[in-house]
Design a protein around this ligand. Structure first.
Ligand code: GCO
Ligand code: MG
Length: 418
């Protein structure tokens, strides 16, 4: 067929942060893009794709998306895992991009068409103290956001997840709220930054922040909070209860994600809506959580959960239990991955909310998107396929820059979840 895969290439670029992109080209020259970025472990996926996947793609019909997915998943024998699933995700996204371009349609049309006019997006507001936080919330409201994630510094702790070190210092938009750039260490040798954590200080402080935010900004504004996997089930239940008066949209990742029984305990003790899943890479990670209704939102990123094919199945599975989506959209998901989210968000009946961190100007010069942001909602645009193009010359200007996510320690030096 003319839709046979002629070539596939891995593109690694670092316009401010690292991105891994797979580009697939068919015999008649249709090009598809897929995001394969795994923050802090990027080259593992690049090598997996280049050495183990690309040799299998040549000559396959790009139209056979489900069969290719199963071939790469079952065919590897070694199932799941973030590296494997990010590689499969990239192939899957690129093939959907190609199929939609062949059909001359924006991708959402192949996923069922529009269910809404745009995807409600939430932005990240943060501040080291209440004043900075309020400024950040106001700034995002002025930009047009209608749902806000709230993260703050904790008295006694130097740096806390979700709070940009540079917030309020006049850093440029795009970097300013980039609270977790995987950083280079001193002397240019990449090493994780180490942070210090104190759960009791955090649990004491957070309810007072939400009290202040509600009294300043009123009852209507949807507010979210991310606990980033740091709490035991009992601590998470305590936090959930203490936040109940502030009517959160969700409390995210309150316990380490690999233990579904932790959420059973949390669920039994608080009515706060729960979201989880950004570190999951398979529907199977969610099976107990969904069938026992232990969560309200599934948080996977298309890039880390096997692509559009697998994420669509996850969303449909969740829908049967009245559970909604809230796909993971930090800046380490590239504009290609975020485009895939926006097409799904537009089409899925059980869409909940879409996380949105603005990519830097340098990133948007490499990845040219057709996204629209209006009335607090994101729209993927009407270009054919995913609607993202990569500027290869711009990409080449940004060489790979090894970097790690931070590591957390308790006051006595014990490594804690970050
Ligand atoms: C979020 C996430 C991110 C992750 C990041 C790690 O809710 O957006 O928690 O902030 O920490 O994606 O690479
Ligand atoms: Mg999170």
């Amino acid at each position: 067929p003319t839709t046979a895969i002629a070539s596939a290439e891995v593109i690694v670029t670092s316009p401010g942060r690292n991105f891994v992109t797979l580009q697939i080209t068919t015999d008649d020259g249709v090009v598809g893009l897929g995001d394969a970025t795994l923050n802090g472990r990027e080259l593992a996926v690049a090598v997996y794709l280049a050495d183990h996947v690309i040799p299998l793609l040549k000559g396959r019909d790009a139209m056979d998306i489900e069969d290719t997915w199963q071939y790469l998943y079952r065919g590897a024998y070694w199932r799941r895992g973030p590296v494997t699933m990010a590689a499969i995700a990239a192939v899957d996204m690129a093939l959907w991009d190609i199929k939609a371009k062949v059909a001359e349609l924006p991708l959402y049309q192949l996923l069922g068409g529009r269910s809404r006019t745009g995807a409600l997006a939430y932005a990240h507001a943060s501040g080291r103290d209440t004043e900075e936080l309020f400024d950040s919330i106001r700034e995002h409201l002025d930009l047009g956001y209608r749902a806000i994630r709230v993260q703050t510094g904790v008295p006694g702790l130097d740096s806390v997840y979700g709070v940009a070190a540079s917030a309020g210092d006049g850093a440029e938009e795009g970097d300013r709220y980039d609270y977790e750039p995987a950083r280079r260490g001193a002397g240019g040798r990449a090493r994780p930054v180490e942070e210090t954590w104190d759960t009791r200080a955090y649990l004491r402080h957070v309810p007072s922040v939400f009290e202040a935010v509600r009294s300043e900004f009123g009852a209507e504004l949807p507010l979210l909070h991310d606990a980033h996997h740091r709490l035991t089930p009992r601590e998470a239940a305590q936090l959930g209860r203490s936040l109940e008066p502030y009517d959160l949209f969700w409390l995210e990742d309150c316990t380490p994600a690999e233990d579904p029984t932790a959420l059973r305990y949390v669920r039994d003790h608080t009515t706060v809506p729960l979201a989880i899943g950004e570190v999951f890479n398979s529907i199977h990670d969610y099976q107990t959580l969904i069938t026992e209704r232990l969560v309200d939102y599934v948080r996977s990123a298309v890039t880390h959960t096997g692509g559009i094919t697998h994420l669509k199945k996850l969303a449909d599975f969740a829908a049967i239990y009245g559970i909604k989506t809230g796909f993971h959209g930090p800046t380490d998901v590239s504009p290609v991955g975020q485009a895939a989210h926006l097409h799904l968000d537009l089409a899925l009946h059980n869409f909940g909310i879409q996380e949105h961190m603005r990519h830097s100007e340098a990133t948007l010069e490499v990845f040219r998107t057709s996204f629209r942001f209006e009335d607090g909602r994101l729209h993927p645009g009407e270009r054919m396929g995913l609607g993202v193009e990569i500027d290869r010359d711009a990409a080449r200007e940004h060489a790979y820059d090894p970097a790690y996510l931070p590591v957390n320690r308790l006051a006595d030096g014990t490594v804690h979840d970050w």
